[in-house]
Write a protein that binds this ligand. Structure first.
Ligand SMILES: *Cc1c(COP(=O)(O)O)cnc(C)c1O
Length: 448
């Protein structure tokens, strides 16, 4: 088997995600034979550094021996069982451990198989909570401009990235969208914290006006990832928690991308010292091995559904693979690594390396901003540094960076003109330096 033959077979039968398939006429998909640590290897033996953790899911490298062993062990006993009316040890253990490490008050775990499905659960549970309490006028959700919560229709409805949403708008929930605290828009000399605080006034006004018809506010804590790795200050979350309490609406924290150490703490909400009413987790939950997601919620929410069957208050939602044992074991092995290897502290050093290695890019004539929150670092490429005027999207400058990086053996997959690093936590300092070098060359080439 070589690259070409597999690619040709692929292009006859596979329809790839988030892809204009026509692009593959000039840049065919790369067939990967194996992965090891941060490296992927194709069928011709070429290696690629996985700088984006295979779409933000991988935490401790490909073919991680500890996660492999846990899944292999689980395979000997039980691959799957229905989770309605039945249970198993991995799902009980995982729920115990998640409720121990999650922000205070999150005491119940409801499982699904993708991030989008976890978001759907949070939306339905919040709505249904108010319904069970007799508050039937609450049907709406508040979201932030430029937010992303997944691709299923409910999740898409509370997202705000036009590229993914616009076409489907007639099918979607109509969210109440509030200005984002995104620090990219701050005035020269203004701190991210000051800007985020100032931006909160819009949220406060919308809450005051709409509270009676709103179920919940949904946010991505600290980093709007799919929206271009835009970052904001924790103070916003603190203000938001207070305001949600004051106006009596739920807070949904979508930590599908930022959970599990990405922002420098286990969960991003910790940096604001807050706990949401719903916490959605996915992506890194299984270390990037298997599809599993979870929506954690409070005992108060749980109790609003707890009644005699005939009261018709139950949450009758399910997915075929809810709480899959193999995926739960992968998640447990992932949590063991966090516990045993002092990951959060060691990531601080890696984050420092990423900052130092990319420092020269700050002065590049076509870089508007290099921003970082923990293990996420983003480089925003623009046509004009001073005014931050972007390149016309049709020029696809980010794609040139992608192509350059592939030539150099690095998988960087920009979001438009935003190049970012979101590597597995097992990356080495010299590999970070390679990333930074390739990013510099790529930006230089794409903007020449
Ligand atoms: C990726 C993502 C989702 C959707 O998760 P899927 O597993 O792709 O369905 C939802 N919210 C955020 C913040 C994400 O980054």
């Amino acid at each position: 088997m070589d690259n070409d033959s597999l690619t040709q077979r692929d292009l006859r039968v596979v329809w790839h995600p988030c892809t204009q398939m026509h692009d593959h006429e000039t840049l065919p998909p790369i067939p990967i034979r194996r992965g090891q640590g941060v490296w992927l290897e194709d069928f011709d033996g070429k290696r690629y550094l996985d700088a984006i953790s295979s779409w933000w899911v991988n935490l401790f490298g490909h073919a991680n021996p500890r996660i492999n062993a846990a899944i292999a062990d689980q395979l000997q006993n039980l691959e799957h069982v229905i989770l309605a009316g039945f249970t198993h040890e991995p799902v009980v253990q995982l729920s115990e451990r998640l409720t121990q490490i999650a922000p205070k008050g999150l005491a119940r775990c409801f499982y699904a198989d993708s991030g989008s499905a976890a978001v759907e659960i949070a939306l339905k549970m919040s709505f249904h909570y108010w319904h069970n309490r007799g508050e039937k006028k609450r049907t709406r959700f508040i979201n932030l401009a430029n937010s992303y919560h997944g691709e299923t229709l409910g999740a898409l409805g509370v997202g705000d990235v036009a590229l993914y949403k616009e076409t489907y708008r007639p099918l979607l929930l109509e969210a109440i969208t509030v200005k984002s605290p995104d620090g990219y828009h701050r005035e020269p000399g203004e701190s991210r914290a000051d800007y985020s605080t100032r931006a909160f006034a819009a949220m406060e006004a919308v809450l005051a006006r709409h509270a009676g018809e709103v179920c919940a506010v949904i946010v991505e804590p600290l980093v709007q990832c799919a929206g271009g790795m835009r970052m904001y200050d924790p103070v916003y979350l603190k203000l938001l928690r207070q305001a949600c309490d004051k106006h009596g609406v739920h807070l949904i924290a979508d930590e599908i991308a930022v959970g599990f150490g990405r922002t420098g703490t286990m969960f991003a909400c910790e940096q604001a010292g807050i706990a949401p009413d719903f916490l959605c987790l996915g992506k890194g939950l299984t270390g990037g091995y298997l599809p599993l997601s979870v929506c954690l919620t409070t005992d108060e929410v749980y109790q609003a559904f707890y009644a005699n069957y005939t009261a018709r208050k139950a949450f009758l939602h399910s997915h075929s693979y809810t709480g899959n044992p193999l995926a739960c074991r992968a998640a447990l092995a992932t949590l063991d690594i966090f516990r045993d290897d002092d990951v959060i502290n060691r990531n601080r050093e890696l984050a420092g390396h990423m900052a130092r290695a990319t420092a020269p890019l700050v002065d590049h004539p076509h870089v508007a901003e290099v921003r970082q929150t923990g293990m996420i670092l983003a480089i925003e490429m623009v046509r004009e540094k001073k005014t931050r005027a972007p390149y016309p999207w049709q020029e696809r400058r980010g794609l040139s960076v992608y192509r350059h990086a592939l030539e150099r053996g690095v998988l960087l997959r920009p979001l438009g003109d935003v190049i970012y690093f979101m590597p597995p936590y097992v990356i080495k300092p010299e590999e970070i330096e390679l990333l930074a070098r390739v990013a510099w060359e790529g930006v230089d080439r794409a903007t020449a």
